[in-house]
Design a protein around this ligand. Sequence first.
Ligand code: CTP
Length: 214
Amino acid sequence: MANFKKVIITSGPTIEPIDPIRFISNRSSGKSGFHLSSEAKKRGIPRIIYITGPSRYIPPDVEVVPIETALEMRYQLQKQAAQADVILMAAAVGDYRIDRCYPEKIKKTKDTLTLQLVKNPDLLFELGRSKKEGQILVGYAAETEDIFEHAKQKLEKKNLDLLILNKISAENPAFSVDENQVYFVTKEVIRGLPKMDKADLAAHIWDEIYKIAN
Ligand code: CTP
């Protein structure tokens, strides 16, 4: 059985400021990360670094690192990643940020307002590029079409050991819900799991991580 000493779990949404009082964000609740953290705790992993965007679901007794933007999450990951045995990227990192956050509140003087967005770095890709020998990197994917093909490509491109694949549909919205139906994608296999509660799914994910490590 692998003896993990330090794991990093990212969770929740990121938020990207528009001006001092407004932002863009997404519907991630942080539940998946919360359950992954509780499960890591149950398994006796001594250091759990929980890097999270704003969320109601903050696990007790772990090292919580609150962040807001994707760039803040990147900074914290760069500080922590090298010594981590496992990194689980459950956060819904915003793909874009406002190119220039307005220093003052935007007034409603004009009938239209155009915001220019610029791409955020792909944190998972960066982690894959700098992955240490023996480190296990886990990412998520949400796909709507050609799901296995896209998942395999992501696994390879981002140098992941495990990809949790959500097929997004009306029956399986994945975001802000309690139950999820996913596939585990590894270099060897693609395995579908039954629809289950996010707490049960977290246990399956950790089982898979221990399997990969052995
Ligand atoms: N992720 C990341 N950095 C980003 C965006 C996403 O690290 N800037 C991570 C998330 O934490 C998650 C995975 O990438 O683990 C989600 O990827 P997904 O949004 O499904 O796909 P993308 O890789 O963003 O590609 P696309 O939007 O083209 O499907």
